[in-house]
Design a protein around this ligand. Structure first.
Ligand SMILES: Nc1ncnc2c1ncn2[C@@H]1O[C@H](COP(=O)(O)OP(=O)(O)O)[C@@H](O)[C@H]1O
Ligand SMILES: [Mg+2]
Length: 550
């Protein structure tokens, strides 16, 4: 049954590809169906730019491809800029479903007639997209109107069939075409399968809205609609209806209001990404409304990004390295974060290219910098040097570009960089404060504590394996003696470095307590700590310089 639906869908895809002039693609593949698209000549003017034709074909191919295209539009590090621009335009407005269909879905989901749950239900949809349709309604017992987002029927099956076909094509491309190997197409389809299937699970979106409501909605200029989890399921999402204004250049809103909201939007994005590590990944104007009391409402929490504390630290360090014009540190960080897709990387060329880029952008005032241009140029340099960004970071870049686009839709002359700068500075200061470091030290100590508790158990398991003769270790060694010596001395220095760091942090904390006795006007214990750290530190530096192995 599944193969049958796959086969008929492959023919359909073949027809659409042929229509837009890509008929030969499927012919080159070893698919269960042969020679379909190639027979049909292209129905579209072949003079239309290839990237535009790709976008048009994707729109006709339906939701899976549209969503995939939207995800790929977040990969300026992989794809050429004109294609990214086309993919960013992907529209998914489709013919609305008849109200009877919506009514049947809701009655089945709630197991009761529609009018037992809703006092009012507007049969005219507010919006109709390829994955869902939104209606305005009023719940019994509640005076406020709600937005009911209903998942299109059969959409899971369509998406799964499409993803199976894409996985097959990706595997073939990966195995047979060497130039495609670096893109890891099968991996890409797999991670998109997860993103897409998550996005159509509305109970997940309901949870995300709850998180957003408690965290992001604290800013007085930002509004997140409430969600009604007790009325929401995997297929239906009921949230507070916002009768707001769509964002556009010609909407009726005072300049002062536009300015406040644009600034609030940028601030919120910076805090969501760099502080909270939970952010709206697609804040395009269609997902924003201005409420009646002039607040910026963020709708559609189907796609959110998450960044771990470490990833947020990395991002802040990257920004700091750029601000300090420290290309060496920047390259170190980039090599740590990215995946190198070629055999060898030329570090000094990379440094020079980054220096060029910084010269260009740091020479002009923040006011004139477009976040989009800067990030696209930056990603281009990475691409030129065969460095691939992790998907999480690409998502941040795309979100930032979208934030700039939406903010400038509110206020075209908004200087996004200057707006973001003080918030980033505050966050960086907070992250490297004594309090924060203490917190991190504690968390590291607790991991160490957990490790030392498990260590005896793990060791005894290893010993047991040795006793039973089951422990196999593969060893290949060359010049192991020298290596061991280097390793030992590196470890000793590293340990000394860590002890020094701990002493400095500990002494700093003691200094702030003001305990007696004092030495030179400060708590003696802290001062002694500093002195010992200084002596050992100096000694360490002298040894390293003397042996010239830094
Ligand atoms: N709570 C709401 N209040 C008012 N309008 C809404 C609400 N939720 C959705 N809409 C309308 O429905 C459209 C589609 O909803 P959205 O959640 O963005 O779905 P999709 O995931 O298909 O983009 C929005 O652009 C907005 O116009
Ligand atoms: Mg939306």
């Amino acid at each position: 049954m599944k193969t049958l639906s796959n086969i008929s869908r492959i023919s359909e895809i073949g027809m659409i590809l042929a229509k837009y002039g890509f008929g030969d693609i499927l012919l080159r593949m070893d698919l269960p169906i042969k020679n379909l698209g190639g027979k049909i000549s292209s129905a579209i003017d072949p003079d239309i730019n290839i990237f535009k034709r790709i976008r048009m074909a994707i729109e006709e191919l339906g939701p899976t491809f549209i969503k995939l295209g939207q995800v790929l539009s977040m990969r300026p590090d992989l794809l050429p800029t004109p294609l990214i621009n086309e993919l960013s335009k992907l529209q998914d407005n489709v013919e609305p479903l008849h109200f009877d269909v919506i009514e049947a879905i809701l009655e089945e989901e709630f197991d009761m007639p529609l009018d037992s749950r809703f006092a009012e239900f507007d049969p005219e949809p507010v919006a109709s997209a390829s994955l869902s349709q939104v209606h305005r309604a009023v719940l019994y017992g509640l005076d406020v109107p709600v937005a009911v987002k209903v998942r299109r029927p059969g959409i899971v099956g369509i998406i799964e069939t499409d993803l199976d076909i894409l996985a097959m094509v990706a595997r073939q491309g990966h195995d047979n075409i060497d130039a495609l190997k670096v893109y890891d197409l099968p991996g890409m389809v797999k991670s998109n399968r997860q993103t897409l299937l998550r996005e159509i699970d509305f109970s997940r979106e309901a949870r995300y809205i709850q998180v957003a409501h408690s965290r992001v909605g604290r800013d007085e200029n930002i509004y997140i609609p409430s969600v009604y989890p007790e009325h929401s399921t995997e297929k239906v999402l009921v949230s507070e209806y916002i009768s707001g204004m769509k964002i556009s250049l010609d909407m009726a809103l005072s300049d002062a209001c536009r300015k406040t909201l644009a600034k609030a939007g940028v601030k919120s994005a910076v805090i969501q990404i760099l502080d909270q590590g939970f952010y709206h990944a697609d804040p395009h104007p269609g997902n924003l409304l201005v409420t009646r009391d002039n607040r910026l409402c963020l709708l559609d929490w189907g796609m959110v990004g998450r960044l771990s504390s470490e990833e947020r630290d990395h991002l802040l360090l990257l920004i700091q390295a750029v601000a300090d014009r420290d290309t060496r540190r920047l390259v170190d960080l980039l090599l740590d974060i990215t995946t190198v897709t070629s055999e060898k990387i030329n570090r000094s060329f990379l440094e020079k290219d980054l220096m060029d880029l910084m010269d260009v952008y740091l020479a002009i005032s923040l006011k004139e910098i477009r976040v989009k241009n800067m990030l696209v140029d930056f990603v281009q340099v990475l691409k030129d040097h065969d460095l691939r960004l992790p998907a999480d970071l690409s998502m941040v870049i795309k979100a930032l570009i979208t934030v700039e686009g939406s903010a400038r839709m509110l206020l075209p002359e908004l200087d996004v960089m200057s707006e973001a700068e003080p918030h980033i500075r505050d966050l960086a200061a907070g992250r490297y404060s004594v309090g924060h470091m203490w917190q991190r030290l504690r968390s590291n100590l607790s991991s160490f504590w957990a490790l030392q508790r498990h260590l005896p158990g793990s060791l005894s398991a290893i010993v047991k394996q040795v006793e039973n003769g089951n422990l196999a270790i593969q060893f290949k060694h060359r010049n192991l003696d020298t290596f061991q010596k280097v390793l030992e001395s590196s470890f000793n220095r590293l340990t000394l470095g860590i002890v020094l760091g701990a002493m400095i942090i500990g002494s700093s904390m003691i200094i702030t307590t003001g305990v007696r006795p004092w030495l030179f006007g400060y708590p003696a214990l802290g001062m002694i700590g500093y002195l010992i750290a200084a002596v050992i530190g100096l000694w360490l530096v002298i040894i390293i310089i003397r042996r010239q192995n830094y």
